[in-house]
Design a protein around this ligand. Sequence first.
Ligand code: EZ4
Ligand code: CO
Length: 446
Amino acid sequence: MSSRSLGPGRRNFLKMAGAAALARPLIAGGTETSGTAERPRGLPPLKITDVRVIVTCPDRNYVVVKILTSEPGLYGVGDATLNGRELAVAADLKEHIAPLLIGRDPEQVEDIYQFLYRGSYWRSGPIQMTAIAGVDEALWDIKGKRAGMPVYQLLGGRTRIGALAYTHASGRDAVEVEDGVRRGIERGFKCVRAQVALPGLASTYGTSATKKSEEPAGMPETEIFEPSVYLRTVPKLFEHLRAKLGDEVELLHDTHEKLGPIEGARLARELEPYHLFFLEDLLRPEHKESFRVIRQHSTTPLAMGELFNSLWDCVPLIAEQLIDYIRCDLGHIGAISGARKVAALAEAFHVKTAWHGPGDVGPPTHAASVHLDVAIPNFGVQEMVFFPDETREVLPGGPFFRDGYVDVDDTPGLGTDVDEEKAKKYPYKRAYLPTARRKDGSVQDW
Ligand code: EZ4
Ligand code: CO
């Protein structure tokens, strides 16, 4: 459908504004019936008529939210995937959130975000914020389609030609990782994340190059982690990569919240000569104050945040300038309505964005990230993946990669969709992320 056919002609605006005022009540006492107070407006009233929750497993599990409206053919699509806890989010959406949305004005995106976030009383948390993200993406999609504009236009328009992107390279040893980085460079990437297996230890985070995904169906796999082995291995990897690849390629590394503060400080310091673009997630998300220890010891740029679920999780690290990149996952922080506030806060403190962009959040979340990336002033870098064909068939559209940048086109809305018939071909398969233990058998952060 062309964007032009989505709204009424401008000459009808005044007539319709009058009708809208009559059609929709002011906030009523007692039960929540509508959103914010009525105001004159140019488009006819719109209501949410249905909220569909689609769970599908083309290559891995995805939860998709499709919000239908009273305007024939006008709907929005969002992603509400939380890896390993998909059905909890789907149940939250179906049982608790959908009934609250029916009849509401889908254009009141911020009001619905506030209503779902604060109105549940039990606020934040990954399950709730992933559900809200799915709704938020679908609502921005509707708003963009109605306006006939890509979402980045609604966020203030473009500030850059595209979003500088990074891909992943991994291997069993430094030479294999070097080959992986070279492949990334050949593909056009200017930035590559490098992860290496730990010698003598079974399976290491981010290095499962031979496996199709990190979470095969079935019970979780167990990885073994020892900080001493990790701390010895990673600086040698980057020494090798700089010696072989030179200084131009931007290199990144993800510790995946595995270290303690003084271990993290040691790693950040020992990596200084190799000038990383950033060192990601050194510490567990609970320990924000411990980033002070790392900051006091090192000039390696730091990134953190994929496990944060609200603006307030981000405040301490940003306001104290303890990190350089905030990397929330739009899919777990309430999507655009959550992340644009994080970005604005970060702007005030010299912190740039690096939204989490793994394969276990769906194309609508990747699209939302890139729409925000190209609009905000303090964008840093965008993690990205190439989705397999089965996923693209079920969830078509989304960002594209060109010459080191990931970008979105000017399709109205987010530019992604869901094919409900094709989704049915791929039923949900229970799967878990891996877990980790130390050699002595005790639990270790994965
Ligand atoms: O392990 O998304 O930076 N990327 C990452 C990811 C996360 C997964 C967890 O579901 O850390 O690979
Ligand atoms: Co990470």
